[in-house]
Design a protein around this ligand. Structure first.
Ligand code: FES
Length: 87
């Protein structure tokens, strides 16, 4: 697992193994856009401010993935212990 921190509220949540960031955010009552939940549509894109996402989507190009400034929260995880999101 890893921690996601939200810039606006300063809240932090643990994303356990086997759960998506999207699931955790929705459980916490956050209204995050999503559609396919399979890493295809791009609806759940969120800006990353800190940390290194573990990209598992098919939306971002290799170059965009290497920039570490966006994540599809329905399917991607984190290589770093903490991700700070612009939410
Ligand atoms: Fe479609 Fe995440 S909901 S890429």
């Amino acid at each position: 697992g890893f921690v996601v921190a939200l810039q606006a509220s300063g809240k932090e949540f643990v994303v356990p193994e086997g759960k998506s960031i999207l699931e955790v955010l929705r459980e916490q009552g956050l209204d995050v856009d999503f559609s396919c939940e399979q890493g295809i549509c791009g609806a759940c894109r969120v800006t990353v401010l800190e940390g290194e996402p573990d990209h598992r989507d098919m939306v971002l190009s290799e170059r965009e993935k290497a920039q570490n400034d966006a994540i599809m929260v329905c399917c991607s995880g984190s290589k770093s212990p903490r991700l700070v999101l612009a939410l």
